[in-house]
Design a protein around this ligand. Structure first.
Ligand code: F6P
Length: 542
């Protein structure tokens, strides 16, 4: 038996399939199998997933499932759900799935009743949300809260802001949420400039409570608040924290009675369904938040218990590996036909790229194959008028996910039908293109005919749900989490650490004094950085 997945016969078999695949066209695959659209599709909770327009055959799918067997994907799924310390470089369990277990489920990890802990925090979050939503929670001057400002970055921002935007239709509209993440002072300025401190509540979200951006923004937010309210006692009414680090929360000056905890087994990019989602919970209310968690859980259960050959997240993850590692794709477009999902690609960038942007295997050896796709995208139809040209007629292989909903949250005239006709037209055009014969038959001038040929054969997956609801939203996010997990297992990397981000944090802290103090040495870094520091200091009069 081979030591590594990439040395296995299963891996070699896929390399063999890849060599043959340059001659395969989606037109031929559909022509030779009229039922392909029905056979290569699956239902996952409320999501209908059509993967027929992918560059796969039964043979390729079987080879990918065999590869998953070689990589022990099923065993790794079991280990994750059981709370084994699969995040080996940080010696931690990976248990975001426990965040959405129902109250009557049972899971004891490292001697701790995880389900009881999760629901204790959810109950506190729900009680807090009830008070803010009803106006029972009063600010320091006795006014009700009108604006929540979530201060956090990375997983402590991207999930909440994406979910808040996605579920805006379900929010209590007299409470607005805003999100400050960047340490660029203009972010805090723009998000607070028209707010009244008396009606503003800050949620400081940081797993570690040591992140420079978040703590700096939080300190400045406190100064902004106190400049008007002029009483330190106001902090208790206008600041709550979400963190795993109670000591640091107390150091910052937030009463830990106003802290909502989570656990080291929740990775930042997987933390939306934990207390990190507090702003979302206040916005949509505890019942809708519970529906979202149930949506996640339905997909978790499918992923945990379904054999790989019918396991939808596993199959989609394997297909991504096929493109990335065997067919040489570099990136993956995510194209939601839902304006409410306009931050979905940004969210997925952290989920997928912080998870699988790794080049060292679990055994410490460097990988000799491609890992981690570049995820990107914009909502349709905006993307159609921007970058789709490159997908249609460019030279790159870019698998794309199309996400759409049959029933709009708001119907205006014929707009949704027109919108969704674009959704359906695009995947057809990408798959089947337009041949020279077809273009010529339309009477196109011979000198431009070749420019109008669409080669087609561009793979897409279509995800269609009836309506964007908290439940379908939770299902969608869980689907991508488990796709990401599957890819990491095949690549034998740890999808749950992020050491690459740490070096930049350390270096920024080292450089900060050089920018602010004119007597600090500006010649002990590299020659490029030295001159940049000098120019910066000159512009700032230092
Ligand atoms: O970007 C690195 C990272 O550690 C992310 O994984 C995390 O989501 C983000 O920083 C914020 O960290 P914290 O929640 O501890 O402030």
């Amino acid at each position: 038996m081979s030591e590594h997945v990439s040395d296995s016969a299963e891996w070699q078999a896929l390399q063999g399939h890849a060599e043959k695949f340059s001659a395969v066209h989606l037109r031929d695959l559909f022509d030779s199998e009229p039922q392909r659209g029905e056979r290569y599709a699956a239902e996952l909770a409320d999501l209908y997933i059509d993967y027929s327009k992918n560059l796969v055959t039964d043979e390729v799918l079987s080879a990918l499932v065999a590869l998953a067997g070689r990589a022990k994907l099923s065993e790794r799924i079991t280990a994750m759900f059981a709370g084994e310390h699969i995040n080996v470089t940080e010696d931690r369990a990976v248990l975001h799935t426990a965040l959405r277990l129902p109250r009557d489920a049972q899971l004891v990890v490292d001697g701790q009743d995880v389900v009881a802990d999760v629901h204790e925090v959810l109950d506190r979050m729900g009680a807090f949300a009830d008070k803010v939503r009803s106006g029972e929670w009063k600010g320091h001057t006795g006014e009700r809260i009108k604006t929540l400002v979530n201060i956090g970055i990375g997983g402590s921002d991207l999930g909440p802001v994406m979910a808040y935007e996605a579920l805006k239709d379900y929010t209590q509209r007299d409470i607005e949420c805003r999100f400050v993440s960047n340490i660029d002072p203009t972010d805090l300025f723009e998000k607070t400039r028209d707010l009244d401190p008396a009606t503003t509540l800050f949620i400081i979200v940081s797993k570690t409570f040591t992140t420079q951006e978040t703590l700096t923004n939080a300190a400045e937010a406190r100064s902004w608040l106190l400049a008007t309210l002029k009483d330190d006692a106001a902090v208790a009414k206008h600041f709550v924290a979400v963190s795993t680090n109670a000591a640091k929360v107390a150091d910052f000056g937030i009463d830990t009675a106003n802290m909502f905890g989570f656990w080291d087994w929740v990775g930042g990019r997987y933390s939306l369904p934990s207390a990190v989602g507090l702003s979302v919970l206040v916005a949509i209310g505890k019942e809708k938040f519970a529906e979202m968690l149930a949506g996640y859980h339905a997909v978790d259960e499918h992923f945990r218990s379904t054999p790989i050959e019918q396991n939808v997240p596993a199959l989609l993850g394997l297909i991504n590996v096929w493109y990335d590692t065997f067919l040489g794709a570099q990136s993956h477009a995510v194209l939601p036909y839902a304006q409410y999902l306009h931050r979905f690609a940004a969210y997925l960038q952290q989920l997928t790229m912080e998870s699988n942007g790794k080049s060292v295997r679990l055994d410490g050896e460097r990988v000799a194959y491609q890992t981690g796709e570049v995820f990107w995208g914009e909502p349709g139809t905006n993307g159609q008028h921007a970058f789709y040209q490159l997908i249609h007629q460019g030279t790159k292989l870019i698998p794309a996910d199309f996400i759409g909903f049959s029933v709009p949250n708001h119907d205006i005239g014929e707009m949704h039908d027109l919108f969704m006709s674009n959704f359906l037209a695009q995947t057809g055009a990408l798959a089947f293109g337009r041949t020279l014969e077809q273009v010529e038959a339309e009477g196109t001038k011979p000198e431009v005919a070749k420019h109008r040929v669409m080669q087609g054969n561009h793979p897409t997956t279509t995800i269609l749900a009836e309506k964007l609801t908290p439940a379908t939203f939770g299902q969608l996010v869980a689907l991508y989490e488990h796709i990401t997990f599957t890819q990491g297992v095949i690549w034998e990397i740890n999808s749950f650490d992020q050491w690459g981000v740490e070096l930049g944090k350390v270096m920024a802290n080292q450089l900060a004094p050089k920018l602010t103090a004119s007597d600090a040495p500006a010649d002990d870094a590299d020659s490029s950085t030295n001159i940049l520091i000098k120019r910066y200091r000159a512009a700032r009069g230092r």
